[in-house]
Design a protein around this ligand. Sequence first.
Ligand code: ADQ
Length: 465
Amino acid sequence: MSRLVAISNRIADPRKPAAGGLAVALGETLSQTGGLWFGWSGTVTEDGLPGEGTLHTRQAGNVTLATVDLCREDHDNYYYGYSNSVLWPVFHYRLDLADFNASYIAGYRRVNQMYARKLLPLLRDDDTIWVHDYHLIPLAAELRALGCKQRIGFFLHIPVPPPLVMAAIPQHEWLMRSFFAYDLVGLQSEADVAHFTRYMSNEAGAEDLGGQRLRAFGATVRVGAFPIGIDVDEFSRLTQAPEAMDTFEGMRNEYSRRRLLMGIDRLDYSKGIPQRVRAFRELLARYPENHHSATLVMIASPSRDSVNAYADLRTELEGLCGAINGDYGELDWMPLRYIHRTVARKRVPGLCRAAAVGLVTPLRDGMNLVAKEYVVAQDPEDPGVLVLSRFAGAAEQLKEALLVNPYDTQGMADSIQTALRMPLAERQRRHQALLQHIRQYDVHWWRKSFLDALQNDSELPDISQ
Ligand code: ADQ
């Protein structure tokens, strides 16, 4: 079996258990086969030269971890700049938040070129290379330019916008052309595949060769939907572990006279957090029976603080939360608890299990793993209800959730009310169906189906049922 080389913006030591979803998935695959994991070290140097990072390698069991430091200028232009102020907002349909500063693209190209130069000498002829996410779209093209012949696959964790939104990126042709240096491109949903294919055909005159093969720019690429899943067994074990049980018991005792609603996200404008708060406010206004009872706990981990749009979001959210508590709070009941922090991963399942309603309401999301984690953490005898935005990639799969439009404040408030009043039998039926689907398309399915397609040219998965 060929060696797997994974490349992602951040990497993790696969022997350490605490890493999040993607890190666990990649770490596990790499540990099974032995392999190489390459990415940014997380270090920003103040004295380095642009395009000149130092490479560090170390061994973690049978996995080699290779990381590169970035100098301040590269980091700011490649990471905060092009990746998170151009690609992230545009791919989440937020042209209003994009900052097309001309110096960003140079940093993005420079870092991808530097990664290719650093990675190439570490490669073996029969390696399979798997590149992850929007920070690294041109990496295969840079590797090919240096003579790399190995199979290279790419997985995009965020959505693909419609062609005319994509076309707002000044370098969209260059960017989209660079997908053709890959052998396989994996996207989260069928909607993303449709947008990608439509862009290629409208803007690049791509020919659809059938079998999800597209031909343009003298090259052929296969494109398919590989919805990412979670490690259901690992998350179930985590749910039964002492830390999660402690959290669950603590929350249940504290809120024994209340109905708990919960949201856990990175603090990001794509996650629809202010919209969720407005819908909760509407719930209190329209359905007064929830006063003294419904309590929304929102845990939003700090993210990309140096990008302006994130600081604005934080200010907006703090104002909204304060206003709801001011308007509706009583001495013995605060409707909303907003915590701007990352909670320990071991506590997440306990929080999920304690909540009668899980609110996952992004305006746009590649997949959203919290939706899947919430379902897995539930007690099957008395499960909570998942209220899920139809604009999350997960909505294509999780049809038994209560699907909502996060822009429709009243509609979302009505759905939350439906969730709070849903009879046990219906909750159980929905939960069972959701769990079965999440188990069938778990993270092992995701990894295996992608690597089978990349390494063996096997059929792309049919995810329609
Ligand atoms: P993210 O945007 O980071 O990922 P998501 O899929 O929801 O979003 O995963 C977040 C993970 O972090 C979950 O495992 C969750 O439990 C954890 N988490 C979130 N907030 C937390 C908090 N406050 N404290 C502790 N843990 C927290 C990107 C894409 C998604 C896609 C994933 C995987 O944006 O659309 O689903 O990659 O492909």
